[in-house]
Design a binder for this molecule. Structure first.
Ligand SMILES: Nc1ncnc2c1ncn2[C@@H]1O[C@H](COP(=O)(O)OP(=O)(O)OP(=O)(O)O)[C@@H](O)[C@H]1O
Ligand SMILES: [Mg+2]
Length: 274
């Protein structure tokens, strides 16, 4: 399953979600590949890759015809592989944008390796420019993180519509797997109201699991560790572990039997393998 993390807004937790879910999937025994498609390289750096060791990267895959096996590297997390990003991706938006058909390039580049992985996650820059479009054309489904603040839902429907149109245009339509509420802070009444609003408008499309504000999630990238290695007992680690399971349920990977009665916000539970 190839899942893209997309949002037009910056700083809503796309990278944190991509990195944490990748580690959570790997911890559940799923062979996982994380692909960093943002020229800021946040996902790569968050997993401890040195700024000077980013090559070979997704830019080499997309712009220089290197093959996927040549750019995939292992990480410190067992079961999690990575394709880093590089600043060269800044020019990719221009180069890929000018050449017709290149939005399909990631999709075809992943063809030789997609069966090696149970889970491939794509971390995108904050826009719906050429790079996220390239990711969406390659993806089976997509997840939209939002911070439930004033105006948060502005543009959300817009994004969903834009992805639909993209599907029509390129013939590959990823399905929306869900909207995930991130950096939720119930100390503010405003946020509580926004959470209610998002849930009322988007209903079942919103994941039951919410990711609360958790300082450990903000600290982990500087340590170059996933939240599970940095602080496995943190609320952030618990939330992303549960979110990974809810995603697998939604995607039909886990059996619903015996799981559906439990509240998803409950404490940690044993991973269930398919
Ligand atoms: N649940 C959380 N609690 C506290 N801090 C968080 C949480 N989630 C993310 N952060 C922090 O918020 C900032 C933005 O998060 P992140 O980089 O994941 O967003 P993004 O959508 O990928 O941003 P960009 O659009 O720039 O790529 C980071 O400093 C991150 O560490
Ligand atoms: Mg990011």
């Amino acid at each position: 399953m190839i899942t893209a993390l997309v949002s037009r807004k910056g700083g809503v937790g796309k990278t944190t979600t991509a990195v944490s879910l990748s580690a959570a999937f790997a911890a559940r025994g799923r062979r996982t590949l994380l692909i960093d498609l943002d020229s800021q390289c946040s996902a790569s750096l968050s997993l401890g890759v040195d700024r000077y060791a980013l090559a070979p990267s997704s830019a080499d895959l997309l712009l220089r015809d290197m093959s996927a096996p040549e750019v995939i590297r292992p990480t410190a997390v067992p079961g999690l592989d990575l394709i880093t990003s590089s600043v060269d991706l800044l020019s990719a938006d221009i180069e890929l944008g000018l050449t017709t058909g290149l939005r399909r390039r990631l999709r075809s580049a992943l063809e030789p390796v997609r069966n090696r992985y149970d889970q491939i996650l794509l971390d995108c820059p904050p826009s719906l420019s050429v790079m996220p479009q390239t990711a969406l054309v390659a993806a089976d489904n997509f997840v939209v993180p939002i911070v439930p603040q004033y105006l948060a839902i502005e543009g959300l429907q817009n994004l969903l519509d834009a992805v639909d149109r993209l599907g029509d245009r390129f013939g590959f339509a990823p399905t929306p797997l869900g909207i995930v509420l991130t950096m939720v802070d119930y100390r503010t009444r405003e946020m509580r109201q926004q959470v209610d609003l998002v849930r009322r408008i988007f209903g079942d499309m919103v994941f039951a699991v919410e990711v609360r504000v958790n300082v450990r999630l903000a600290e982990a990238p500087a340590a170059g560790q996933s939240i599970f290695d940095y602080d496995s007992g943190s609320t952030g680690a618990r939330a992303y572990g549960l979110l990974a399971e809810e995603m697998l349920l939604r995607a039909g990977v886990f059996e619903r039997t015996g799981v559906s009665d439990e509240p998803v916000e409950a404490g940690p539970r044993e991973p269930r393998l398919p």
